[in-house]
Design a protein around this ligand. Structure first.
Ligand code: GLN
Length: 247
């Protein structure tokens, strides 16, 4: 029985991020595997012994509240310490880092579980993202939607999850990186939810949680949905290029 913790969904669940847990649960059920979804609600400590942890995005105030709540406990910290797989999205990524800056310019210490610091972008990043994942992950192109004001700089212990082809991603200059990988943590700015848009990423997390390769689900609808989105995005890009001012 695989236990998946969904961390503070009341605070961290913008842009459908709750769907990530649903995707994980479904992909296990379709393979006939038992799963227990553990919703960790506010006021409850994060359990140390789950097999996989999912943390979503959130508004600035909600993410600071979640950070304060997480700081009170040690469950997530211990889980990451023992190498449990974690997916953190947007605000989730930011609070796992060393520090984050709010809109008033106040710097808040993060959980310091990954080597990343978040400051502010000059302009909020909103839109579709296409990014090419690190080769060693063996994942196809990542597709998703970003909406954030944070700019995240990675330190040497964290590697970018992907190279941005379209969109902003971490927003820390060139080359444009998206998200991060550090030990058992995979973090990303992508919503969508990211695991519905990128089922191979869901399977990577699940195979790490199970400690073995999982059977292929080969869903034609899934492949068609991704192909349609990719073609829509490349048409949008061609349009942008053709209407760019000359000179
Ligand atoms: N509040 C954070 C920011 O704007 C995170 C946003 C999010 O999770 N989508 O950068």
């Amino acid at each position: 029985m695989l236990r998946i913790a969904v961390v503070y969904p009341e605070l961290l669940g913008t842009y459908g991020d709750g769907g990530n847990a649903l995707v994980l649960e479904r992909r296990l059920a379709w393979r006939g595997m038992d799963v227990e979804m553990v919703e960790v609600l506010l006021g409850t400590p994060v359990p140390e012994q789950c097999d996989l942890y999912v943390i979503g995005g959130g508004e600035d105030s909600a993410q600071l509240q979640a950070l304060a709540e997480l700081r009170r406990g040690t469950g997530l910290q211990s889980a990451i310490g023992r190498g449990a797989p974690v997916l953190a999205v947007c605000a989730g990524l930011q609070i796992l880092g060393a520090s984050l800056t709010d809109r008033e310019g106040v710097v808040h210490a993060g959980l310091d579980l990954v080597d990343a610091t978040t400051t502010r972008l000059d302009r909020r990043a909103v839109g579709e993202v296409v990014a090419v994942p690190r080769a060693e992950l063996g994942l196809p192109t990542l597709l998703g939607f970003e909406n954030h004001a944070g700019a995240t700089r990675l330190g040497p212990a964290a590697l970018p999850l992907a190279a941005v082809d379209q969109g902003v991603g971490n927003g820390d200059g060139e080359p444009r990186g998206e998200g991060l990988v550090q030990g058992s943590v995979i973090a990303t700015y992508l919503h969508g939810p990211v695991l519905a848009r990128n089922p191979a990423l869901a399977d990577l997390l699940l195979s790490r949680a199970c400690g073995r390769t999982l059977s292929d689900l080969a869903d034609p609808h899934e492949a068609a949905a991704r192909a349609a989105m990719q073609s829509r995005l490349s048409r949008g890009r061609r349009r942008t290029v053709s209407t760019a001012p000359l000179g």
